[in-house]
Write a protein that binds this ligand. Structure first.
Ligand code: TXA
Ligand code: MG
Length: 337
């Protein structure tokens, strides 16, 4: 099916239209505070199958189920650990996804065949209103073609989804810019599978918190991913991305030399002046999270062959930036002497 994709600014009317499409089992791209999501009725198998088709996503990669009120959680899960209750109270709506044992209401396609389900309650007003109007939870992966950087504006969604879905709701630029933190509860600990806007530091106030090895190391051959999404190539622009382990003058000098002597080299620096092949990806981790995916797509538009990115901080939201960047760079890091 080929659609004439409409992009409508978010208001009461477009939210109602979005809900109408979703009730009919169609796909709608919606804004969230993290990245744009490609939404369908999480309880409608056929609708969910269409998400995988539209994205070109592997079938065994489970989706996050989005709710608009805590009352929507119990029917989706078999049990709610006490820590999850406390975390929901503190961080929902917001960029935190929690993994629960799934109930039979959740179709296997939604959970990628797993016996668990990932649930989050977005804080974004448009997302919350659309879910509420639907009255059912929405399965929504990031609204990019599988493998590409996640979209943080409606225009980027349109680039990937034009003709594949009937409607995109434009809620402006996403606040956080990287996908939600994904956690599960393992050996009585809060176990971070994917870092995001709710940081390890914030979670550790609610219980012992650990970061999955695969967040910064990648899987070894034959190892099973706790979160299937972590095994796929991700967030990749067409250009080759490299992480540069240097800051300030050292970073600028190294990149300048390569920009001058090679074709198609771009450098993303933290708080650099935007000239001569340098783009600023922000001084703080928060800014870097907000800009990273957009800049990777910009690099492609500028025809870059090589993108050199200053290594981010590994604390706070910086860990999420580093995690996404490692995947965009296929773990290539250059040490600068
Ligand atoms: O911020 C976000 O979470 C965005 C917005 C749209 O809400 N959504 C998003 O979805 O990033 P997606 O599908 O691109 O990423 C979902 C991640 C994948 O890495 C997937 O493997 C993991 O969550 N995941 C989903 N269900 C899981 C489960 N039951 N167990 C372990 N990992 C799960
Ligand atoms: Mg994604």
């Amino acid at each position: 099916m080929i659609y004439e994709t409409k992009v409508l600014p978010y208001d009461g009317k477009s939210a109602a239209l979005a809900a109408e499409f979703l009730k009919r089992g169609e796909l709608v791209a919606i804004p969230t505070e993290t990245v744009y999501g490609l939404a369908a009725n999480a309880l409608n198998e056929n609708a969910v199958r269409n998400i995988f088709a539209a994205k070109g996503r592997p079938q065994d990669n489970p989706l996050i189920v989005h709710i608009s009120s805590i009352k929507m959680l119990p029917p989706l899960v078999k049990e709610i650990p006490e820590t999850a209750r406390r975390l929901a109270e503190r961080f929902w709506g917001g960029p935190l996804t929690m993994i629960f044992p799934k109930s039979d209401n959740v179709p296997d396609v939604t959970s990628g065949g797993l016996d668990t389900v990932a649930v989050r309650m977005p804080s974004n007003k448009a997302a919350a209103e659309i879910i509420k109007k639907c009255g059912f939870p929405l399965a929504a992966p990031s609204a990019n073609l599988s493998g590409k950087p996640s979209p943080t504006t409606a225009a980027r969604v349109f680039e990937d989804m034009n003709g594949r879905i009937p409607l995109i709701i434009d809620g402006g630029e996403c606040e956080v810019g990287v996908e939600s933190t994904v956690i599960c509860f393992k050996d009585n600990k809060i176990h971070i599978l994917r870092p995001g806007g709710i940081t390890a530091e914030m979670l550790s106030e609610f219980g012992e918190t650990e970061v999955d090895r695969a967040v910064v190391e990648g899987l070894r051959g034959g190892e099973k991913a706790l979160s299937p999404g972590m095994k796929y190539k991700h967030y990749s622009p067409a250009a080759d991305v490299y992480i540069i382990n240097a800051h300030g003058e050292k970073f600028r000098k190294y990149c300048s030399r390569r920009i001058k002597t090679e074709n198609g080299v771009l450098a993303l620096g933290a708080g650099v002046a935007e000239a001569d092949g340098f783009l600023d990806y922000g001084k703080t981790s928060e800014l870097q999270a907000k800009r990273l995916f957009e800049l990777l797509r910009t690099a492609d538009e500028l025809g870059a062959k090589t993108v050199l990115v200053e290594i981010p901080e590994k604390t706070g939201v910086g860990l999420a930036v580093y995690n996404r960047l490692l995947r965009a760079a296929a773990f290539r890091t250059i040490e600068v002497e």
